[in-house]
Design a protein around this ligand. Structure first.
Ligand code: BGC
Length: 279
């Protein structure tokens, strides 16, 4: 992909985030991995958080350092308060500060409603919603301590919540997941309102169907792909890089006036595709 396509005149995409320090949770696979790499390519130093599979996290670190920036893999379970506190403290100690928090880590535990266990409900809420709350809170403490450094960014810090089209599209068989993402939307907007006066920008990216391990069933077979494409007006399944590009843009000063927004990156999935021919 030619990453210079569409860049405003005079903006070198490799310098968009120069001198900034980013932390991406769940960055050893899928959307988090592409996002961590995208932030590194844009000039940021990156902490690659993972909860399992250290080897894959180290591979992401190697790819990022090949761009001439710093990177490190930190293990932490984002649903555990002490681990999130320790992770952000370690980043401040080792990298100096944090400018960009991408609260990305998320999972699915699908089940029909009456079969869904409390454990399945709780696990998804703990990681997808409480995890983002904890990561946003700890990053915000450091943003407030440091304040704006004009040579680095116009904002004191940026939080980007990884949401989903399912923050507004109800999803049968996934009530835990859809509820967690609905919660992410309101959490993000409330934090955006609360923290904007302190020059902290909080926004979200809401991916549609992106080809990653989380939804392998939805794109692995020909039949599944065909069914899925009926839900996507733009007629292609998304790539993790589609999301990474959106995060880089939101994190950069190019979008400095964007506060409390959800950027849907979904090929039109939220446009009620059933109505293209009906209604
Ligand atoms: C889910 C995927 C799903 C996509 C579109 C995402 O948030 O994690 O499993 O394919 O939404 O429905």
């Amino acid at each position: 992909m030619d990453s210079t396509v569409g860049a405003p005149q005079g903006v070198n995409p490799a310098h968009l985030l120069k001198g900034q320090k980013a932390l991406v949770t769940g960055a050893n696979s899928g959307i988090g991995k592409a996002t961590a790499i995208g932030l590194g390519r844009a000039g940021a130093d990156v902490v690659v958080n993972y909860v399992a599979d250290q080897e894959s996290a180290e591979a992401v670190v190697r790819e990022i350092t090949s761009f001439g920036v710093r990177a490190a893999a930190y293990e932490a379970d984002v649903s555990q308060e002490d681990q999130v506190v320790a992770m952000v403290e370690r980043m401040v100690r080792e990298f100096g500060t944090i400018d960009i928090m991408v609260a990305n880590a998320g999972l699915q535990r699908d089940a029909p409603f009456t079969e869904m266990t409390l454990a399945q409900w709780q696990k998804v809420l703990d990681v997808n919603l409480t995890g983002q709350f904890l990561c946003a809170r700890e990053a915000t403490k450091e943003f407030l301590r440091r304040g704006v450094v004009p040579e680095v960014s116009r904002a004191a810090g940026k939080i980007i919540c990884m949401s989903s089209v399912h923050q507004i599209i109800p999803w049968a068989g996934h009530v835990n997941y859809a509820s967690s993402k609905g919660g992410v939307q309101m959490m993000m907007e409330t934090l955006a309102q609360e923290l904007a006066p302190q020059k902290i920008r909080v926004n979200a990216v809401a991916p549609g169907a992106i080809r990653t391990p989380i939804n392998r069933d939805a794109w692995e077979t020909e039949q599944a792909r065909e069914d899925l494409l009926k839900l996507i007006p733009y007629d292609r399944i998304g790539d993790p890089e589609d999301i990474a590009n959106a995060v880089v843009a939101l994190a950069s000063d190019l979008l400095d006036y964007v506060v409390g927004a959800t950027l849907y990156v979904d090929g039109g999935m939220t446009l009620f595709p059933g109505f293209a021919t009906g209604g």
